[in-house]
Design a protein around this ligand. Structure first.
Ligand code: C2E
Ligand code: MG
Ligand code: MG
Length: 643
C-alpha cells in the first residue's frame, strides 16, 4: 500500500551552491540531483574527471559511489560569485521559497569572499544553514562563528571533501530545516487558513514598527471582522464555515499582495506575512508602506469589495461582508498593543454604525471604551459596597383610584460617577453577566420590602420587578424566584414579574415553558414596554401573561398629542380586553392623557402625573396616606389622582 505523499516527496529541498569554478558547480548538481541512469552513463566519463578535481583524495582518483536510494529531492541553484549568491538569497526570500542550505566557497577572486556573503545572507535569513568551504587553513573559524550566529547553522567544510560528505550534510541540514519550518508553521500559523497567527503577527508588527520608527514612516493596521459569520456556521454547519474562512483568507492575501500595485511601493518584500487570522472570524492586515489614511482607506475599500463577493458553499451561494477598523501609525498608537486595540475599537464602531464598511480610529472611541471599562469595574463592586438601591413607583387603578401595584426601579449611586440611570448601566450589566447577581439582589430586596409593607397592612397591591432577558434565560430562574419567595415570606400572588416582548420572541419555546412554570408558582406576569418589540397579539394569547404595559412612548408624546398614537393606544386597550388581559398605560404625564385613558376604559396607569418613583421612605409615607384614606369613595380617590 502506498501512503499519501508527504512533503519530502512533493517539495525538493532548496540548496544554493556558490563557487567561481563552473565545473565544481556542475559536480555539486550531479551529486545532489543525480541524473537518470541513461543520462548518467552518457556523462559518466566527464563526471569522473570533475569529481576527481573537486574531491581528490590521497591515492588514486576513484569514482564517486552511486547516490543512495533516497526519496529526498534537492533543487539546486548555482551562483558563481559572493554578490550573485546574496542576490539569489534575496530573490528566494521574496518569492516565498527560501533556501535551506547554502554551500559557499571561501575564495572567489576577484570578487568578495564567502565570509562576506555568509554575513549578508545571515542578515536576510536566520533559518538557512551556511557551509563555508575552503581549501586553506587560514580561516579563523572561531571568529567567523562568533560573527555569523547561530552556531548550529554555520559550518566549515575543508576542501577537498568526500562526495558523500556534501550529500549527507545537505540531507541532514535540509531535513533539520524542514522540521524547524514545520514547528514554526504549527506555532506561528493558523492551521485552517495557513495565514500567520496572532503570535507571529505581533512579532511582525513589532518589526515593522521598529523600521517605521527608524525611517520616519507611516503605516496602517486593518482589523477585519466578518458580519454574521455565526449565521453561516449555525445554518450551513462548521465545514461550510471553515471553507468560507479559507476563501476569505485567500482573498485577503491576494488583495494585500496586490495593494503594492496601487500604492506604488517597493514590492520586493514578501507580503504573505502581512495578513493574519487572529481567531474565529477575525483577521488583520498590516500595511507597512502606506503613506496616508487616504491610501489605507483605498485598500480597506478594496478589501471590502473583495471579501463581499459571493462564495459557493456546497450548493448554497453565500455573501458575508466584513467590517473593518483602521488605526494609523504614528497618530493612533505608538506600539503594537495600542494599535491593535484601537483598530479593534474602530472595527466595533463600523459594525455598530453600518456593517460592511470601514471606520478610522478616533480618540473619542477610546475615551468611550475606557469609560465603559471603568464603569464595569465599579459596577462589579456596587452590591458589596451598598451602592444599589430601589425606588418604587406606584401604579393605579384608574377607576377606583387605588394602588394596584408598586414597581421596583433600580438605582445606582456610584461615589465616583454619581447617580447612574438604569438604562446606562443595565445593558453593560447584561453584556458582562453582572445582571445575574444584580437581578437577584433586586428580586430579594423588592420581595423583602413588599413583605414588610404588607405585614404592616399597607395597601401595596403587588410588587412589580423587572426581569432582564439574561436572567430569564437561566435554567434556574424559576427555582430562584421560588427560593426568594420562600426566604422572604412574600406570597407568590403579591409578586409580578415584568418581562419584555423581545425576550418572549427570542426563544418562544423556552419563554412558553418558563412563563407556564412561573404561573404555576402563582406569580403574575406583565409584558413590559409593549409595542416596542415585534410580538403580535396573536402570539401573545399563547402565553399565560396577565397584563400588558403599553410603552410610554405611545402614551407620552412630547409636544402634544398625536392622533395616530391615540388610535394605537385605543386599539391596544380594546384588543387586550378581548384577550382577557388587563392593560397598564406607562408614562402618564398630564391630565389630558389621563382623561383619554379613562375614556378608553384603560384599567391601570403609571406615570409622573400619578406619582414619580419614590425612595423607600417616601413610598412608605405615600402608602400610609393611601391607607389612611381608605374610607374614601372610588369617586373621591379618582378625583385625587394626579393632584
Ligand atoms: P421600565 O420598566 O419601563 O420602567 C419605567 C421607566 O419609566 C422608569 O425609568 C420610570 O422612572 C420611567 N417613568 C415613570 N413614569 C414616567 C413618565 O410619566 N414619563 C416618563 N418619560 N418616564 C416615566 P427608570 O427607572 O429610569 O428605568 C428605566 C428602565 O430600566 C426600566 O424601564 C427598566 O427597563 C429598566 N430597569 C429599571 N430597574 C430595573 C431592574 O431592577 N432590573 C432590570 N432588568 N431592569 C430595570
Ligand atoms: Mg418595568
Ligand atoms: Mg416599561
Amino acid at each position: 500500500m502506498r501512503h499519501p505523499l508527504n512533503d519530502t516527496e512533493l517539495h525538493p529541498i532548496r540548496v544554493l551552491v556558490v563557487d567561481d569554478e563552473p565545473a565544481i558547480l556542475d559536480a555539486y548538481r550531479e551529486l545532489l540531483c543525480p541524473a537518470t541512469n541513461a543520462e548518467s552513463e552518457a556523462r559518466k566519463d566527464s563526471l569522473e574527471d570533475l569529481r576527481a578535481r573537486l574531491f581528490p583524495r590521497a591515492g588514486a582518483p576513484r569514482a564517486a559511489p552511486p547516490a543512495p536510494p533516497t526519496r529526498t529531492r534537492f533543487r539546486v541553484e548555482a551562483a558563481s560569485s559572493a554578490e550573485a549568491a546574496v542576490e539569489a538569497v534575496r530573490q528566494a526570500i521574496a518569492s516565498g521559497a527560501p533556501f535551506a542550505v547554502v554551500f559557499l566557497d571561501m575564495r572567489m577572486p576577484p570578487g568578495r569572499d564567502g565570509a562576506w556573503a555568509a554575513a549578508e545572507i545571515r542578515a536576510m535569513d536566520e533559518n538557512v544553514s551556511i557551509c563555508l568551504c575552503s581549501a586553506y587553513s587560514d580561516v579563523d573559524t572561531e571568529e567567523l562563528s562568533a560573527r555569523i550566529p547561530p552556531e548550529d547553522k554555520f559550518f566549515f567544510l575543508a576542501k577537498p571533501f568526500h562526495p558523500q560528505e556534501v550529500r549527507q550534510m545537505a540531507l541532514a541540514l535540509g531535513h533539520k530545516w524542514r522540521a524547524e519550518q514545520r514547528i514554526a508553521q504549527l506555532a506561528y500559523y493558523d492551521s485552517l487558513t495557513g495565514l500567520p497567527n496572532r503570535a507571529q503577527f505581533r512579532d511582525r508588527m513589532r518589526a515593522c514598527l521598529e523600521n517605521a520608527q527608524r525611517h520616519g514612516k507611516t503605516m496602517a493596521l486593518l482589523y477585519i471582522d466578518l458580519d454574521n459569520f455565526k449565521r453561516i456556521n449555525d445554518t450551513l454547519g462548521h465545514t461550510a464555515g471553515d471553507e468560507l474562512l479559507r476563501v476569505v483568507a485567500d482573498r485577503l492575501r491576494a488583495t494585500v499582495r496586490k495593494s503594492d500595485d496601487f500604492i506604488h511601493v517597493n514590492a520586493s518584500r514578501q507580503r504573505g506575512n502581512d495578513c493574519a487570522r487572529l481567531g474565529g472570524d477575525e483577521f488583520m492586515a498590516l500595511l507597512p508602506e502606506v503613506m496616508s489614511p487616504g491610501e489605507a482607506g483605498l485598500i480597506a475599500d478594496r478589501l471590502i469589495k473583495a471579501l463581499s463577493q459571493s462564495v459557493l458553499l456546497g450548493e448554497t451561494e453565500c455573501t458575508v461582508t466584513p467590517s473593518i477598523g483602521v488605526a494609523m501609525y504614528p497618530q493612533d498608537g505608538q506600539d503594537a498593543e495600542s494599535l491593535l486595540r484601537h483598530a479593534d475599537l474602530a472595527m466595533y464602531a463600523a459594525k455598530r454604525a453600518a456593517p460592511g464598511t470601514f471606520v478610522f480610529y478616533d480618540e473619542k472611541m477610546n475615551a468611550g471604551a475606557v469609560a465603559q471599562l471603568e464603569m464595569e469595574s465599579r459596577l462589579r463592586n456596587a452590591i458589596a459596597n451598598n451602592e444599589l438601591s430601589l425606588h418604587y413607583q406606584p401604579q393605579f387603578d384608574l377607576h377606583t383610584g387605588r394602588i394596584s401595584s408598586v414597581e421596583a426601579l433600580l438605582r445606582w449611586h456610584s461615589p465616583e460617577l454619581g447617580l447612574v440611570p438604569p438604562l446606562s448601566f443595565i445593558p453593560l450589566a447584561e453584556a458582562t453577566g453582572l445582571i445575574l447577581s444584580i437581578g437577584e439582589w433586586v428580586l430579594r430586596a423588592a420581595c423583602h420590602q413588599a413583605q414588610r409593607w404588607l405585614a404592616d397592612g399597607l395597601p401595596l397591591g403587588r410588587i412589580a420587578v423587572n426581569v432582564s432577558p439574561v436572567q430569564f434565560a437561566q435554567k434556574e430562574f424559576v427555582e430562584l424566584v421560588a427560593a426568594v419567595l420562600a426566604d422572604t415570606g412574600l406570597p407568590a400572588s403579591s409578586l409580578e414579574l415584568e418581562i419584555t416582548e423581545s425576550l418572549v420572541m427570542k426563544d418562544e419555546a423556552w419563554a412558553y415553558q418558563v412563563t407556564r412554570r412561573l404561573k404555576t408558582l402563582g406569580v403574575a406576569l406583565a409584558i413590559d414596554d409593549f409595542g416596542t418589540g415585534y410580538s403580535s397579539f396573536g402570539r401573545l394569547k399563547d402565553y399565560p401573561v396577565d397584563r400588558l404595559k403599553i410603552d410610554k412612548s405611545f402614551v407620552t408624546r412630547p409636544g402634544g398629542d398625536s392622533a395616530e398614537d391615540s388610535a394605537i393606544v385605543a386599539a391596544m386597550i380594546s384588543m387586550a380586553k378581548t384577550m382577557g388581559l388587563s392593560v397598564v398605560a406607562e408614562g402618564v404625564e398630564d391630565f389630558s392623557q389621563l382623561l383619554f385613558l379613562q375614556e378608553q376604559h384603560c384599567e391601570l396607569g403609571q406615570g409622573f402625573l400619578l406619582s414619580s418613583p419614590l425612595t423607600s421612605g417616601e413610598a412608605e409615607q405615600f402608602l400610609r396616606r393611601m391607607h389612611d384614606a381608605d374610607g374614601a369613595t372610588d369617586a373621591e380617590r379618582r378625583s385625587r389622582l394626579g393632584s
